[in-house]
Design a protein around this ligand. Structure first.
Ligand code: GLU
Length: 476
């Protein structure tokens, strides 16, 4: 069996499309089939080079390799539709010869006037089959003489049953289906023809795609029948909506999958989250890696109602996935977000934040104190109830303690004693030291952080804090 993801490179890879990739990938792996990536680039006006990179990089980032397609090749090469024109032309010749398609010479002006007339009369806007009446020999002569023409499929009479694995059967009256253009005057196929021909030639057995393509399916089924080919099984997956129940779009934040990478989400979390949009394994467990998803996924259990993209759920999964990573791997993932930290320091610092952050983008605010000396310290340096002199005193005693003690968690007891001796609460002294050493009120565990800074650096920062309270901050 084989499935395909067939994006048009007209924009960035959308999270909703990434969900389609995931369903295709899971199903292919589970069934031991092939996952084909095909680029539907026949709309030359909307083609965007950057879009192709976004699609390939996005799928790669998710870790979902395709078995055939761009860059990897395969037996159905080429995988760009713009390089497969001869296949579409052959199919068009067959359809023309059988009378299942006809050339149409109607000008854009005529078609616009027709639509306007139909709109005013309150009728559906459809082609009126004006050119179907042309004598085929005459049409070929006009075409050979260079007159611009498109080719339209001739929708047969009767009904078409669209069987869908997720939505069940629906019967469509063919009379409601337009004589769709299948070949444009520039010789490029439209989506309907190209997708049908390629799905057949590439041996696609299951078409898993977004719900928005459901209305196109009767046209595809008609083409299959005309060409004498066996149609695939269809599974139209539900729309992905934003929290306001409108179709997920730029307005809801990230429009492109890769923006989630840049916002500090892990691909593991993204795959886990997206796989649950419209499908659920029906268990308590919410953390699933790809292998577990492959085992659990049921294409026929995908729901038909729309799925809502809930960022709080994504954040929750991301936090859980962050904690699940082995520490060295976590450090490797954080590195691009804190490129200014040496590998060695990062390796020691990463475990201090692995339990605390939800997204990798939070790493800098937790770790920048390691390379930046805080200049102006926030007011939390001195507890509200304490005078500056009392705080100076505490800092001085703590400084003396820092000079002699071994830095690290073992300092906890000693510092508590310092606090006690001066009538301070432990919480107060730790906040004062936190602000003095890091310039921040929320940090990784304080004494571990102090150890990473090293004694000399801690002393410089304590002096600076004392200086700020005196009103003459020591130079940094
Ligand atoms: N090229 C279409 C798209 O951009 C593919 C639709 C399909 O999967 O048939 O989504």
């Amino acid at each position: 069996m084989a499935v395909r993801f067939a994006p048009s490179p007209t924009g960035a890879l959308h999270p909703g499309s990434a969900r389609t990739v995931i369903f295709n990938h899971l199903f292919a792996r589970q069934q031991g089939g092939r996952f084909i990536l095909r680029i539907e680039d026949t709309d030359r006006k909307r083609y965007a080079e950057a879009s192709l990179a976004s699609i390939l990089d996005g799928i790669r980032w998710l870790g979902l390799a395709w078995d055939e397609g761009p860059e990897v090749g395969g037996p159905h090469f080429p995988y760009f539709q713009s390089e497969r024109l001869s296949h579409y032309h052959q199919a068009v010749e067959r359809l023309l010869a059988a009378g299942d398609a006809y050339r149409c010479f109607c000008t854009a002006e005529r078609l616009e006037a027709l639509r306007e007339e139909q709109r005013l009369a309150g009728r559906p806007t459809m082609y009126d089959r004006h050119c179907l009446l042309l004598d085929p020999g005459e049409a070929e002569r006009r075409f050979a003489a260079g007159e611009p023409a498109v080719v339209r499929m001739r929708v047969p009479e009767g009904e078409t049953v669209v069987a869908d694995l997720i939505r069940g059967d629906r019967t469509i009256a063919n009379a409601t289906v337009d004589d769709q253009v299948i070949l444009k005057s520039d010789g490029f196929p439209t989506y309907h023809l190209a997708a049908t021909v390629d799905d057949h030639l590439m041996g696609i057995t299951h078409v898993i795609r977004a719900e928005e393509w459901l209305p196109s399916t009767p046209k595809h089924l008609m083409l299959y029948r005309m060409l004498g080919w066996e149609p695939p099984v269809y599974a139209h997956v539900p729309l992905v909506l934003g929290p306001d129940k409108a179709k997920l779009s730029k307005r809801h934040g990230a429009a492109s999958l890769l923006e989630y990478r840049d916002q500090g989400y892990l691909p593991e979390a993204m795959v886990n989250f997206l796989a649950f949009l419209g499908w659920s394994p029906g268990t308590e467990q919410d953390l699933f890696d790809v292998d577990e998803l492959i085992q659990a996924f049921r294409l026929d259990k995908v729901q038909s109602s729309p799925a809502v993209f809930d960022v709080a759920k994504l954040d929750n999964l991301n936090g859980q996935w962050i904690r699940r990573l082995p520490p060295e791997e976590f450090a490797r993932r954080v590195k691009p977000f804190v490129p200014w930290l040496s590998d060695e320091l990062l390796l020691h610092a990463a475990p201090l934040i692995q339990e605390r952050i939800t997204r990798l983008t939070e790493a800098p605010q937790y770790l920048d104190f390691l390379v930046l000396r805080p200049a102006e310290l926030p007011a939390e340096l001195a507890p509200k109830k304490r005078t500056p002199d009392e705080t100076i005193r505490v800092l001085q005693e703590a400084r003396a303690y820092f000079e002699g003690a071994e830095l690290g968690p073992a300092m906890e007891a000693g510092l508590r004693q310092v606090a006690e001796g001066l009538g301070w609460k432990a919480g107060e002294i730790f906040m004062t030291l936190r602000v003095a050493l890091t310039g921040r009120t929320v940090t990784p565990p304080l004494l571990e952080s102090a150890r990473l800074l090293g004694r000399a650096e801690c002393l410089v920062r304590l002096d600076h804090a004392i200086g700020q309270l005196i009103g003459r901050p020591a130079a940094l």
